[in-house]
Write a protein that binds this ligand. Structure first.
Ligand code: NA7
Length: 544
C-alpha cells in the first residue's frame, strides 16, 4: 500500500529548472517520467498525494475495482515487467492495482523525481523564454520547457451542494477520498448517494456491515455482473506465452481491449438467438456485454432490446417487485452512462437491512438534517453518509489549475465551449503543453493505461525530434485544432451516447459546456492520425 501521510510533509526536492514538469503520478504521469528520464531529459513530477497511483491512490472505498481485465489494464512498455507481475484476480481490486503501481515506481526508481503532497497552483507560458513558469502550493517557482499533465479524467470530484450539510451530525465519507484506515460501519445506519460505478461497487460491501443501509437513487443504472474470479495459473501462463500478441490484437480494436465482441446487428437475428447472445455475454461478465452486438450503442432499435433484457434480469434477481421496478432503467439509453460492472449488486437489494429511496422527483434530496436526510417529505435517520456522486470528468483536473498560455489566455477561457485540442494532446495557444489521455483521445472509452502509454510515447518522440532540430516550441495550429474538433464531433454523432446525459458530455456538472469529450472513432483510427502527424514532421503543429 502507498505511503501514508503521517508525520512531516514530503520534502521539497532540490532543483527549479527542468526540461519537463509532469503533473500527476498516476499510470500516465509515472510512465511519462520514466520515459523522459530514459531519453535524457531532466524531469520532475508533482503529485498532490503522499504516494503514487493517482485515482487508485484516492479511490480506496470498499469494493473499488477496475472494470477492465487486470492482465490488460497494466503497462506493456517493459516485457520483463509484464512477465514478472502476477495478477491475482480477473478484475483487480484497488489495493492490488495500487500495489502494482507501487511496484513499478520502485522497480524503476521513479520516486526520487516525484515531489509528493504538492499541488501545481499555476502554470504560465513565458513567451520570451519559451518555457513554463510553474508555481506550487508550497511556494516553489519552477521552470520547464515542457508542461505535461497526467492529471486523470476522473480525479476532480463533483460533490453535490446539499442544503443543511453543516447541520448533519453524522460522519460523511466520499468515495473519491476515502480514509486510509478501515471505516467500521458495524451496526450503523448508513446512507449512500450515487449509483454509478463507485456506489454500485461500495453498496454490497457496506450492506454486509451496516445495521441498515439506505440507498438514495436518482437514476437507475445498467449494472452487469463483473463475474470476477481468481485467475488460474493456466490462463495467466497462456497470456504470458504471447503477451505481445495480445497487446498487438488490442491495438486493432476500438477500445484497445481484447474481449468477446460481435459485430452483427441485434436486428439481424431471431428473438431466441438475441436472447441467447445477451445471456452468453452476461455470463462472460463485465463490459464485454457491450460486445453482444455491433449496433447496441448506435441503433436505437437495437438498444431497446437491452432494456427488456435488463428488466427480466432484475426481476429475476430482486424479490420485491417495487424495488425491482425502481432499479430498472426505463428511458435511459443503454451505454449512455458508462455500463457499470458490479459484484452482487442487484442481489444486495434482497437483504433485510436495506432500503432503496427514489430521489428522482422534483425536490430530490431536500436537505441534510442534524440526524439524517430529508427526501420526498420523509426523514431518514443516518449515522453515516457516503457520497458516491462522481467527478467533473476529463477537464476538471485541468481547469482547476490556473494555466495561462500565449497572451495570458487562460485554459478556462480557451475551453469555455468545450475542451478544444489537437489529437487530444495539445491545445492551440498553449505551446509546449501536453495533456495525457484526456478529452479528444479515446481515453475513457478505451484501456486507459494503454492509451496513456501511446500518448507518452508520441510526446517523447516529439520532444526528441525537437531536441534534434533545436526547436524551442511546438504548438497546435488553430486550423488543425478546428479540424480535429470536427473529427471528434463527427465520430460522436454516430453514437447514441452523445445524445444523452452523462459525464462523457459534462451534463453532471452545472454550467459545463455540453460536448461529447472523448474520441469515439476507435483507437486504430486515432493512432493512425497521431502517427501521420508525426510522420509528416508534426503537421498541424507550428514548430518554432
Ligand atoms: P458517476 O458514474 O458519475 O455516478 C454518480 C452518481 O451520483 C450517479 O448515480 C448520480 O445520479 C448520482 N448523483 C450525483 N449527484 C446527485 C445528487 N445531487 N442527488 C442524487 N444523486 C446524485 O460517478 P462514479 O464515481 O460512480 O463513477 C465514475 C467513473 O469512475 C465510472 O464511470 C467509472 O469509469 C469509474 P445521476 O445518474 O446523475 O442521476
Amino acid at each position: 500500500m502507498a505511503a501514508e501521510s503521517s508525520g512531516p510533509r514530503s520534502p521539497i526536492l532540490p532543483g527549479s529548472r527542468f526540461d519537463a514538469i509532469v503533473v500527476g503520478a498516476g499510470f500516465a504521469g509515472l510512465y511519462m517520467l520514466y520515459r523522459l528520464r530514459k531519453l535524457g531529459f531532466s524531469a520532475r513530477a508533482i503529485e498532490a498525494a503522499p504516494g503514487v497511483g493517482g485515482t487508485w491512490f484516492w479511490n480506496r472505498y470498499p469494493g473499488a475495482r477496475c472494470d477492465f481485465e487486470s492482465m490488460q489494464y497494466c503497462y506493456q512498455f517493459d516485457e520483463a515487467l509484464q512477465q514478472d507481475w502476477e495478477w491475482k484476480e480477473r478484475f483487480a481490486s484497488q489495493p492490488e492495482i495500487l500495489a502494482y503501481i507501487e511496484h513499478v515506481s520502485g522497480r524503476f526508481d521513479l520516486r526520487r523525481d516525484i515531489q509528493f503532497e504538492t499541488r501545481v497552483r499555476s502554470a504560465t507560458f513565458d513567451e520570451t523564454a519559451n518555457e513554463w513558469a510553474v508555481e506550487t502550493d508550497r511556494g516553489q517557482s519552477l521552470r520547464a520547457q515542457f508542461f505535461i499533465m497526467g492529471v486523470g479524467c476522473l480525479s476532480s470530484a463533483n460533490p453535490p451542494a446539499l442544503p443543511g450539510a453543516e447541520a448533519f451530525g453524522g460522519k460523511v465519507y466520499c468515495t473519491w477520498k476515502w480514509p486510509h484506515e478501515k471505516v467500521d460501519f458495524s451496526g450503523q445506519r448508513v446512507g449512500v448517494i450515487g449509483t454509478g460505478s463507485s456506489g454500485v461497487q461500495a453498496i454490497p460491501l457496506i450492506a454486509e456491515e451496516a445495521g441498515h443501509l439506505t440507498v438514495f437513487q436518482r437514476t437507475p443504472n445498467y449494472v452487469v455482473p463483473a463475474q470476477n474470479r481468481a485467475l488460474s495459473p493456466e490462463e495467466v501462463a497462456a497470456i504470458k506465452a504471447d503477451y505481445r500478441g495480445l497487446r498487438a490484437r488490442a491495438r486493432q480494436l476500438p477500445n484497445l481491449y481484447v474481449f468477446s465482441r460481435h459485430t452483427d446487428s441485434a436486428l439481424s437475428v431471431s428473438d431466441e438467438e438475441r436472447r441467447a447472445r445477451f445471456e452468453a455475454q452476461w455470463v462472460l461478465g463485465g463490459l464485454q456485454f457491450l460486445g453482444a452486438f455491433g449496433d447496441l450503442t448506435t441503433n436505437p432499435e437495437a438498444n431497446k432490446f437491452i432494456t427488456q433484457f435488463w428488466r427480466e434480469k432484475i426481476s429475476g434477481i430482486v424479490k420485491n417487485p417495487m424495488t425491482a421496478d425502481l432499479l430498472t432503467p426505463k428511458d435511459e439509453i443503454f451505454g449512455c452512462k458508462r455500463l457499470v460492472s458490479g459484484n452482487d449488486y442487484y442481489e444486495t437489494f434482497n437483504r433485510a437491512n436495506f432500503s432503496l429511496v427514489d430521489v428522482s422527483g422534483e425536490g430530490g434530496i431536500e436537505r441534510l438534517t442534524a440526524s439524517g436526510i430529508r427526501a420526498g417529505g420523509q426523514d431518514y435517520p443516518l449515522d453515516a453518509l457516503v457520497l458516491a456522486t462522481g467527478f467533473d470528468a476529463m477537464t476538471g483536473s485541468v481547469v482547476r489549475i490556473d494555466i495561462r498560455g500565449r497572451g495570458g489566455v487562460t485554459i478556462q477561457d480557451a475551453w469555455r465551449d468545450g475542451p478544444g485540442n489537437f489529437i487530444g494532446l495539445a491545445v492551440h495557444g498553449f505551446p509546449n503543453m501536453f495533456n495525457l489521455a484526456g478529452p479528444g483521445g479515446p481515453s475513457v472509452l478505451a484501456n486507459m493505461v494503454a492509451c496513456g502509454e501511446q500518448h507518452v510515447e508520441w510526446i517523447s518522440d516529439c520532444l526528441v525530434f525537437m531536441r534534434e532540430k533545436g526547436l524551442a516550441s511546438v504548438e497546435a495550429t488553430a486550423e488543425a485544432q478546428k479540424a480535429w474538433g470536427e473529427e471528434v464531433a463527427a465520430a460522436a454523432k454516430t453514437s447514441l451516447r452523445s445524445a444523452c446525459n452523462s459525464w462523457y458530455v459534462g451534463s453532471n456538472v452545472e454550467g459545463k459546456a455540453r460536448v461529447f469529450m472523448p474520441y469515439i472513432g476507435g483507437f486504430p483510427r486515432y493512432e493512425a492520425f497521431c502517427n501521420r502527424v508525426a510522420a509528416e514532421g508534426y503537421e498541424g503543429f507550428e514548430l518554432r
